[in-house]
Design a protein around this ligand. Structure first.
Ligand code: TMP
Length: 223
């Protein structure tokens, strides 16, 4: 985790602890992250599996406010502030303590999602998003990002099936048009090219995706 603030320094922390999964709708992050968690636990890692928005009770409440299909029409800046509020709570209360305790933290979405959805998708300048992050969240960045890349036409179809079968009322972003999701995808790819990341083709069958994720992360951990 680069740029971690000084007060977090601890002998137990390394720069191979904070792994973030990113990707558009229906990329299969949830099952891939669970598969990686199982592998790392079996290899003796103390793993914390968490997600955004969510990861704390207050984050879950904000998640419901943000993602319900009939959620209010949030102003884009209000949306950014709610996501940032959830992230501040998540980082301060859950992620930083876990990293200080030497855990491997696997997080489903983080700042790249905000840059992709609220930045590229909604049109908020990325400097504002990065500045809010630096000033309020504390400049924490993933040590490694796994980007599960998928064509939004395939991903949105998968996501619609999942939301329907799990009866999840979380479809507000899925309901946005294909152009929005295409911009999100391009932004994720650009961020991955500029940060420590692995890009995995998530259109392949799930077992292949899981194998690719596990192989890449184990290689990175031992490099
Ligand atoms: P997911 O948990 O299925 O990935 O869904 C989370 C949704 O929240 C997804 O549509 C993307 C959206 N989101 C943002 O728009 N910005 C963010 O910073 C985060 C973390 C999520």
């Amino acid at each position: 985790m680069k740029d971690r603030s000084k007060d977090l320094l601890s002998v137990e922390m390394t720069d191979k602890q904070f792994i973030v999964f990113e990707g558009g709708e229906g990329a299969g992050k949830t099952s891939a992250i669970a598969a990686l968690a199982a592998t790392l636990k079996a290899a003796g890692h103390d793993v914390l599996l968490t997600r955004e928005p969510g990861g704390t009770p207050e984050g879950l409440a904000l998640r419901a406010l943000l993602l319900a299909a009939d959620a209010p029409p949030w102003d884009k800046h209000a949306e950014l502030l709610l996501i940032t509020a959830a992230r501040i709570q998540h980082v301060k209360r859950i992620i930083e303590p876990a990293l200080r305790a030497g855990k491997t933290v696997l997080c489903d979405r983080f700042i790249a999602s905000t840059l992709a959805y609220q930045g590229a998708g909604r049109g908020i300048p990325t400097e504002l998003i990065r500045d809010l992050h630096r000033r309020l969240v504390g400049n924490i960045q993933p040590d490694l990002t796994i980007l599960l890349d998928i064509d939004p036409i395939i991903g949105l179809a998968r996501s619609a099936r999942r939301l329907h079968s799990a009866r999840l009322d979380e479809g507000r972003f899925e309901a946005l048009d294909l152009a929005f999701h295409a911009q999100v995808r391009s932004a994720f790819l650009a961020i991955a090219a500029a940060t420590p990341s692995v890009v995995i083709d998530a259109s392949r069958p799930l077992p292949d995706v899981h194998t690719a994720v596990t192989t890449q992360v184990l290689a990175w951990l031992t490099a």
